[in-house]
Design a protein around this ligand. Structure first.
Ligand code: URA
Length: 204
């Protein structure tokens, strides 16, 4: 599998779990192939399933505001989900569905090789930080598999809860600074060489 387009093609014909049966469109994800920041949500909802694009419904509009508040443009960010097909009635994705979809997400992470991954909600948090609660780990960047991971609440959870809303707004403001400080990892298929530090020295 060589490119993000090829991953998207594979996702569009994937029948490795039962979510494929009811999809209108699979939702592979979108954004620049060399994005410094990747955001990973849970799974497509009604609007995403209809359009084949991630975060285009109400949670997506809030996500756009949050991205703008971080001084970024949505077009700079690679946005995807843990599962690429809509769970019926927006139920939580099941462990088997997440496991079946993991190869697609893993390949997207490998290809984009972002400096920082912002996880949106508990399912994408669990991909990097298992057995934790989001309330405990949110807003604290850490290195996982040599990459900066920044767990945040899901925008949909924060949309109608004023307390969570303030927390997610504050967490978002830190993300561009974090990404600036992080150093991109060597591509996965590079020959082993000098190891880079997680954070740049901040020097000239
Ligand atoms: N919620 C998600 O987690 N992902 C989407 O793409 C839309 C809503």
């Amino acid at each position: 599998m060589s490119s993000l387009e090829e991953v998207a093609r594979r996702i569009s014909v994937c029948v490795d779990c039962s979510l494929s049966k009811n999809r209108t469109h699979a939702v592979p994800g979108e954004g620049p192939a060399d994005a410094e920041i990747m955001m990973i949500g849970e799974g497509p909802g009604f609007h995403e399933d209809k359009q084949g694009r991630p975060f285009v419904g109400p949670a997506g509009r809030f996500l756009d505001q949050l991205i703008a508040s971080a001084g970024l443009d949505r077009k700079q960010v690679y946005i995807t989900n843990v599962v690429k097909c809509r769970p019926p009635n927006n139920r939580d994705p099941l462990p088997g569905e997440i496991a079946a979809c993991r190869k697609h997400l893993d390949r997207q992470i490998e290809l984009v090789n972002p400096k920082a991954v912002a996880t949106l909600g508990r399912f994408s948090m669990a991909r990097f930080i298992p057995n934790q609660t989001i309330g405990k780990v949110r807003g604290k960047a850490r290195s996982v598999e040599g990459r900066l991971i920044y767990p945040m609440y899901h925008p949909a959870a924060a949309l109608h809860n004023q307390n969570l809303r303030k927390v997610i707004e504050d967490d978002f403001k830190a993300i561009s600074t974090l990404a600036k400080q992080a150093v991109r990892q060597p591509p996965a298929d590079d020959p082993p060489g000098e190891q880079l530090n997680m954070f740049s020295s901040g020097g000239p």
